[in-house]
Ligand binder design. Structure first.
Ligand SMILES: [Zn+2]
Length: 181
């Protein structure tokens, strides 16, 4: 593994509020090394401890910065407003031009589908914790955590009674291959 000298700038961490209720707190710092070991939860007198030991020397993730769990998955961040805007815009364009262009106007819909696919493919990624749902953005993508594996989620949810659960890999998901299913 070669050292990547590109400095990491803004990182974001969405973590569950300690008082529950499905609320999330977003922490934003200038790079992964600007994070402090604990933060006061807004609107409460509780502190949230971070597991900075899960951060690698390069600013990557061995596990969850919030709860320390070693299993994470990577997902694409798709900009829904932009994606929907492209589809709606092309639909209107098709309607407005189908009178003059005929069936060729439907080409706008094809272009929109392609634009959305490109947007998705080259969009940003975020890394999510299976155990606590914390979302990490902007960290170094090494080690890589594979995409969502329902056998891991199943084991964490149902424990030993999980029908399709898979055993935890040594070191969690860091550098693991993508699931085959
Ligand atoms: Zn976690």
């Amino acid at each position: 593994m070669s050292f990547d000298p590109t400095p990491l700038r803004w990182i974001e961490l969405d973590i569950p509020h300690p008082e529950g209720g499905g609320r999330m707190i977003t922490l934003r710092t200038d790079g992964p090394f600007a994070l402090r070991p604990y933060y006061r939860a807004p609107g409460s007198d509780q502190d949230v401890d971070l597991h900075l030991d899960q951060r690698t020397e390069d600013g990557g993730l061995n596990g969850c910065i919030h709860c320390g769990h070693p299993e994470l998955y990577t997902r694409k961040v798709f900009s829904k407003p932009l994606g929907i805007g492209i589809v709606v815009g092309s639909g209107l364009l098709t309607l407005a031009t189908v009178g003059s262009l005929g069936p060729a106007a439907y080409g706008f819909l094809g272009v929109a589908a392609l634009a959305d696919a490109v947007l998705y493919q080259f969009g940003k990624e975020e890394t999510v914790c299976y155990a606590c749902s914390a979302v990490h953005r902007g960290f170094r993508p090494v080690p890589r955590h594979p995409r969502f594996d329902r056998t891991i989620a199943e084991r964490l949810k149902f424990g030993k009674s999980a029908v399709m659960g898979s055993a935890m890999r040594d070191g969690g998901t860091a550098g693991a291959p993508d699931p085959e299913h």
